[in-house]
Design a protein around this ligand. Structure first.
Ligand SMILES: Nc1nc2c(c(=O)[nH]1)N[C@H]1C(S)=C(S)[C@@H](COP(=O)(O)OP(=O)(O)OC[C@H]3O[C@@H](n4cnc5c(=O)[nH]c(N)nc54)[C@H](O)[C@@H]3O)O[C@H]1N2
Ligand SMILES: Nc1nc2c(c(=O)[nH]1)N[C@H]1C(S)=C(S)[C@@H](COP(=O)(O)OP(=O)(O)OC[C@H]3O[C@@H](n4cnc5c(=O)[nH]c(N)nc54)[C@H](O)[C@@H]3O)O[C@H]1N2
Ligand SMILES: [Mo]
Length: 750
């Protein structure tokens, strides 16, 4: 700390970690790793170029057709007119007012999903939600693209909100290191993804833990389509995407057939095994879910399944499940089934045993920290009580007033006239972007704040240039990390950019909600208030946090909130005495069969986990679309952020498509070749890397390239979401199904 003080190092924090920043003449000129980070991410290297990039939005801009005639068509193709701030704010406020008066606030969509800034106060989505609540409310969203499916199904199984399960109750790395003998990783545990954590991650430690696991001789198995999803010294069991549930059922079948089930645990701590077992054995439908059955579905030898099941029963085993498995059609099933499999093994509640979700998905999972809450902008209450599942936005725009199912309820889509988005990029993150582009033409008005001319900003009517975190002061902290940052304002706003807070204050004032929104505070006064609240809460937990002036002088501090020793084990008290420490499920126990889920009557999510093939996977491959596309997170950035500057690196775009040598040879494709990746929904370019690190029949194209041309044309940059299917995971969860798509690939002549 004193070191940082003497060097006057200017450090800032971000979703991909802390880093040092050099500033000269009001420009960011270089970034360097943060000294205390054992494995710093390379993502910030491109930041100086991105912050000052020509793709920054310079001034408030309004689409010409909308400005002149309120024309709806033309989003994404028409030119913009730049206006002075006051004029643009007047126009936007008048339009918001018109819509709320003539159609009510339920005609305003403010879900605004996305990973805007890591700073606590200038969190764009929180700012927007507070603003919209102050002016009468908005249509909100449930869940995330990350874990929306799990957020709906897992409370039926474990009785806890999924995020609480994730962040407050999972085994720490130290406990895993000390107790786990077999680590079975569905979808791997990916150091590339662990670079990132929402709100920040200062010490990147996932890779080091795996080195220690290897040194200890822990048996680690990565089950999935890509070898690279886990560190190189882990065993790899290649598996066809979307077939995990079949494999888990077969493992369960072996446990059952060979007498390896923990009957005492099932009796004491679960309900419904007797209703599930006839399905497992085949008594119910004539099909035993045996390794011989699962083998061809999964592309795994039945003998390997038997061997793994026996090892899992004989050793302390932790099953981990990547979030990607539920970002797929029927993603409910592998999540539920993983809990059933762990229950049958009977190690839930023992240190280093049971099941965990999302290790490696973000770097914060697995860190054992004392949770310190607070420092979130109060959002008020939303008078409009309408919420759609977050990934159903395209469906909502296409089907106003139409019914849909969600988690046991029959709901109706609102009729959206105005969309207001800050801190997200739906034309990066949503599925079937050509379909979204069509649906996006329907609302009367679209308002977007972003620092850059993203594909979403280009498809808006009113565009407000937002500052980046480097152009404003903030506090960086998350309860998944043990550091606290003062994020200094490093440079003045680029162009005429304003903070989201200032933009929304300007709109609120014009809509008669100025005092309600600002409470008379400027940004600095809000930061003071949020910080003081955080300090008070920390003090209640016995943690001393420096005052704000001290933090400003120091730039950052490490908080004494690590609990690296043996930590509390998920479900240990429940395991000990389920009657005394019941779960919050209807039965108080883990639900292998859920009466609640069964009562919904959904054939795509019945009362216990089942194997359900998705519409698109290798088992349904066709001559026109024979390859399964997975679209993982990119290793060199966060989603679509910093993309404009990365795309300037020679040879960086289009994105790289990973392809197996057999699939490449059949198509006369070699490493470095440009290809067309296509299906009936769209097409994009990509550059191929041929490698046997991917299962034959599967191709991987990371997300994050900016979406170029709409329509059936060729997206030039390689955005996989021109190919993905816009469908809910099931009627129960309605989550994002990004990983369920079939495609074909052909060589493009140079
Ligand atoms: N095919 C496929 N698609 C996927 C996924 C997948 O696995 N496969 N994964 C999904 C998942 S899990 C996620 S989380 C989403 C991510 O999707 P998004 O979160 O929408 O992606 P980002 O690129 O992070 O978008 C953040 C936007 O906020 C802007 N921004 C940054 N700071 C600020 C600020 O201070 N103010 C304002 N106004 N704007 C700011 C950035 O410039 C950027 O445009 O993608 C989803 N899409
Ligand atoms: N560097 C970087 N890190 C990130 C992000 C980023 O943009 N950049 N985004 C962050 C966000 S928002 C999120 S939500 C997390 C996402 O974390 P995850 O959901 O865990 O990550 P993905 O990269 O989507 O997928 C991980 C791997 O799952 C495998 N997979 C796909 N389908 C299946 C399947 O059916 N079965 C099995 N067994 N495996 C399958 C693929 O091979 C893929 O590489 O990552 C976070 N981390
Ligand atoms: Mo995510």
């Amino acid at each position: 700390m004193s070191d940082a003080l003497q060097r006057r190092t200017r450090v800032t924090s971000s979703h991909w970690g802390a880093f040092e920043v050099d500033v000269e003449d009001d420009r960011i000129v270089a970034t360097r790793p943060f000294a205390a980070d054992p494995n710093p991410s390379a993502i910030p290297a491109v930041l100086p170029a991105a912050v000052h990039h020509r793709s920054r939005i310079a001034r408030p801009s309004i689409r010409r057709g909308w400005l002149e005639r309120r024309a709806r068509g033309g989003r994404g193709s028409e030119a913009f007119v730049e206006l002075p701030w006051d004029e643009a704010l007047d126009i936007a406020a008048a339009e918001i007012d018109r819509v709320r008066r003539s159609h009510g606030n339920a005609a305003i969509f403010g879900g605004s999903y996305g990973w805007g800034s890591a700073g606590r106060f200038h969190h764009a989505q929180s700012q927007l939600h507070r603003f919209l609540n102050c002016i009468g409310g908005y249509v909100a969203t449930f869940g995330s693209y990350s874990t929306g499916c799990a957020q709906a199904i897992m409370p039926h199984v474990f009785g806890e909100p999924f995020l609480k399960l994730l962040y407050e109750h999972q085994e720490g790395w130290q406990t895993i290191h000390d107790h786990t003998e077999t680590l079975v990783m569905f979808g791997g545990i990916n150091a590339k993804n662990a670079q990132v954590s929402m709100g920040g991650i200062t010490e990147h430690e996932t890779a080091d833990w795996f080195a220690r696991f290897a040194a200890k001789g822990m048996h680690c198995v990565n089950i999935g389509p890509q070898r690279g999803d886990a560190p190189a010294d882990c065993a790899w069991m290649p598996l066809r995407p979307a077939s995990d549930t079949a494999l888990m059922l077969a493992l369960a079948h072996v446990l059952d057939a060979e007498g390896l089930i923990d009957g005492d645990f099932l009796n004491r701590c679960t309900v419904g095994f007797a209703r599930f077992r006839p399905y497992l054995t085949g008594e119910a439908d004539g099909q035993p879910k045996s390794p011989d059955w699962a083998g061809p579905i999964c592309g795994v030898a039945p003998e390997s399944i038997r061997a793994l099941a026996r090892r899992m029963a004989a050793t302390r085993t932790l099953i981990t499940v990547a979030w990607s498995l539920q970002r797929a059609e029927h993603g409910e099933q592998p999540y539920w089934m993983s809990a059933v499999l762990a229950a049958m093994l009977g190690q839930i509640g023992l240190p280093g045993g049971g099941v965990g979700y999302g290790y490696g998905a973000i770097g914060g999972v697995g860190k054992s920290l004392l949770g310190l809450t607070g420092m979130t902008l109060p959002q008020g209450t939303n008078p409009v009580r309408r919420v759609i599942p977050v990934a159903r936005i395209g469906d909502m725009l296409r089907h106003p007033g139409q019914p849909y199912d969600f988690n046991g309820r029959r709901e109706t889509y609102p009729d959206i006239r105005l969309i207001h988005w800050a801190g997200g990029n739906p034309f990066h993150h949503h599925q079937d972007l050509n379909g979204l582009h069509e649906a996006w033409q329907r609302p009367e008005t679209i308002i977007v704040h972003d620092p850059w001319w993203t594909a979403t900003a280009k498809r808006a009517d009113i565009v407000f240039p937002a500052t980046t975190p480097y152009e404003r002061e903030d506090i960086g902290r998350t309860n998944l990390d043990d550091y606290l940052f003062h994020m200094p304002r490093l440079i003045p706003p680029v162009g005429e950019a304003r903070d989201d807070y200032d933009i929304l204050s300007g709109l609120a004032a014009r809509l008669g909600a100025g005092p309600a929104f600002t409470e008379g505070r400027d940004a600095a006064a809000w930061i003071d208030r949020l910080y003081a609240d955080y300090r008070d809460r920390a003090a209640l937990k016995g943690v001393e946090v420096p005052d704000l002036e001290t933090l400003k002088a120091r730039n950052w501090v490490r908080l004494p909130i690590r609990s690296d020793g043996p930590n509390r084990t998920l479900f240990a008290p429940f395991r000990e005495d389920p009657a005394a420490a019941p779960l919050r499920t209807p039965s108080g126990r883990i639900e292998i069969f859920s009466e609640a889920v069964a009562s919904f009557g959904y054939d795509d999510c019945p009362g216990h986990p089942v194997w359900l093939p998705p519409a698109e996977w290798l088992g349904a491959a066709t001559a026109a679309a024979p390859l399964h596309l997975v679209s993982p997170q990119p290793g060199d950035k966060l989603h679509s952020q910093l993309e404009s500057a990365l795309a300037d690196v020679p040879g960086a775009r289009p994105e790289t498509l990973l392809m197996h040598p057999d699939d490449a040879a059949r198509r006369e494709i070699r490493t470095g070749d440009l290809v067309r990746v296509f299906n009936t929904r769209g097409a994009c370019r990509a550059r191929v890397r041929v490698s046997d690190d991917i299962l034959s029949g599967v191709v991987a194209l990371p997300t994050g390239a900016w979406f170029g041309d709409p329509g059936g044309n060729l997206d030039p940059h390689g955005n996989p979401n021109v190919l993905t299917r816009d469908t809910g995971t099931s009627r129960l969860a309605q989550g994002c199904s990004a990983h369920s798509a079939l495609v074909e690939v052909s060589r493009l002549d140079p």
